[in-house]
Design a protein around this ligand. Structure first.
Ligand code: ADP
Ligand code: MG
Length: 509
């Protein structure tokens, strides 16, 4: 008798444990008819127990997407086996959910199978994170490819553009060949824009970060945003005490503009465009940020529209370079890849959230900094492109680029010593009978990098001025060096005039 009471008590305890377990538990008869579901299942799928009792377990699963899995399940039931599978279930409201299903037979007194227990675990968060990481890896690979092409192309473009310029300078205004060369020059400039967009996607663009207030930047471009469209209501909700961020201000402007223009395109018959800023106290509080290894305080900048929206498949591709759904000649597919590259390179993360017909939200998360605002640096364009008579050491491993640089500098009166091998530079300095005023050097070279070379030479010539020329910088540390080691930088491809201006500027520092 005492044993009976114990068994009864045990039964009650077991039943309430199952009822309150956080996993979803379903008990079916041996043919799959639902006899019991616990609270966890009702909560997970949004059903009432009336909706499901006496229905077959297949009610939960998508017949369209899971025909094989359902067959597998029925097979397992027929054979009395346990069975596990990752599947998609339907919630009552039509949404779908990724779950891990575990089904096992219940035997009466260890003999005949009377029931099956199905345990469903919600893995939608895991699937989302997996997709997010897969996406990041894919973008990384495309970025490497795009960056590599753009880098090598920039060297070629510097050469073509440079010689076009030299030719044009020598030709009389009425010369018939002039037009041909102008066309070439024009095409080169367009190609330059393209490589620069690719570089910014591949996070190899040289950024000029400053400590800025995001609200201020958004306020500054408010006027241009007003032009986005007539039937579009613009709503700025900027958090008052928003933190500062360290980004390249012109890139951030461009990013917000790109997002706003896309929003406009998605609202052909008007709608609402909202731009919001908010402080995020800790990146780890947001799952998708934590998954990317981000930590600490951040700032969120959101651009949201009430336009056409996108399905999941489109959303997954929007950041890829050249992905566009717009007509030929309308879209380049490079707007969002630039935004993506900029955010990544600024140590942030960008997330898209969209549904067909329900609008789209892009959220940029950027690390918050505690430093005070930077005062804006003076514009470099003011330096005239005139020549000089100083001595310049040119180190560049690409022969055609070096020849062009040397030629332009000599034509402007400079004395030039040159080499394609950085390791030869110290010897050249020793052999030179004049003092070297400036080092003009490529950044990425086999063996000794530009910054390494500059450091080495500065041990002999303490006040040697430096101008780096490069299509990109490859590593973070290199970028840091360019920002902090008091060196000047000129982005390839450049026109001869840009080179002279940069040299002049560097000689003055
Ligand atoms: P483009 O604007 O030249 O097509 P983008 O890189 O800026 O290139 O955008 C890529 C694609 O992403 C667009 O063609 C569009 O399909 C989609 N897209 C971007 N922003 C939105 C948005 N706000 N709403 C709907 N679709 C968008
Ligand atoms: Mg666009």
């Amino acid at each position: 008798l005492i044993t009976g009471v114990n068994t009864e008590r045990e039964r009650v305890r077991l039943a309430s444990a199952i009822e309150q377990a956080s996993e979803a538990v379903v008990i079916t008869s041996d043919d799959g008819t639902i006899e019991y579901v616990n609270q966890g299942l009702l909560k997970m799928l949004g059903y009432d127990s009336r909706d499901v009792i006496d229905h077959n377990i297949t009610l939960f699963y998508s017949h369209q997407y899971e025909p094989d899995s359902l067959m597998g399940m029925q097979q397992a039931m027929a054979e009395g086996r346990t069975w596990t599978k990752r599947m998609v279930v339907h919630k009552k409201n039509g949404e779908s959910l990724d779950v891990d299903v575990n089904m096992s037979p219940v035997r009466q007194d260890g003999g005949r199978i009377t029931h099956y227990v199905h345990i469903l675990r919600d893995i939608s968060k895991e699937s989302q994170l997996e997709a997010q990481l897969r996406q990041a890896a894919k973008m990384e690979a495309i970025g490497r490819l795009a960056g590599g092409i753009a880098h090598d192309f920039n060297n070629q473009l510097t050469v073509v553009r440079g010689y076009c310029d030299l030719l044009l300078r020598d030709l009389q205004p009425g010369d018939p060949t002039r037009e041909c060369i102008e066309q070439m020059d024009h095409a080169t400039k367009q190609a330059t824009t393209l490589t620069s967009e690719l570089l910014s996607f591949s996070r190899k663009q040289i950024l000029k970060p400053q400590v800025v207030n995001p609200n201020q930047i958004i306020e500054d471009i408010r006027k241009s945003l007003g032009l986005v469209g007539e039937d579009i209501r613009l709503d700025l909700s900027l958090q008052q005490d928003i933190g500062n961020i360290r980004v390249d201000p012109s890139r951030l402007e461009q990013a917000v503009m790109n997002l706003a223009i896309n929003a406009r395109d998605a609202m052909p018959s008007g709608g609402d465009l909202a731009i919001r800023t908010a402080n995020i106290d800790n990146a780890e509080d947001i799952l998708s940020l934590r998954a990317m290894g981000l930590q600490g305080p951040m700032v969120m900048i959101e651009v949201e529209d009430t336009g056409l929206g996108m399905d999941a498949e489109t959303s997954e591709q929007v950041f890829e370079p050249f992905f566009t759904t717009k007509k030929k000649g309308k879209g380049t597919g490079l707007g969002l890849s630039m935004v993506y590259g900029f955010v990544q390179q600024s140590d942030g993360y960008i997330q898209v959230d969209s549904r067909p017909g329900r609008g789209t939200s892009f959220r940029m998360y950027l690390p918050r900094v505690s430093e005070a605002l930077d005062v804006e640096a003076p514009l470099e364009k003011t330096t005239p492109a005139e020549g000089g008579s100083e001595t310049i050491l040119v180190v560049e491993d690409d022969n055609t680029v070096r020849q062009l640089v040397v030629r332009v500098l000599r034509e402007h009166g400079y004395k030039v010593i040159e080499t394609g091998v950085p390791e030869d530079a110290p010897r050249l300095i020793e052999q030179s009978d004049t003092h070297i005023d400036l080092l003009v050097s490529d950044v990425v070279m086999p063996g000794t990098s530009g910054p390494m070379l500059a450091r080495m030479l500065r041990q002999r010539l303490k006040f040697l001025r430096v101008l780096f020329i490069s299509g990109y910088t490859d590593e973070k540390t290199l970028r840091r060096e360019i920002h902090f080691a008091k060196v000047n930088f000129l982005q390839k491809p450049f026109a001869p005039e840009d080179l002279c201006r940069a040299v002049k500027q560097a000689l003055r520092t």
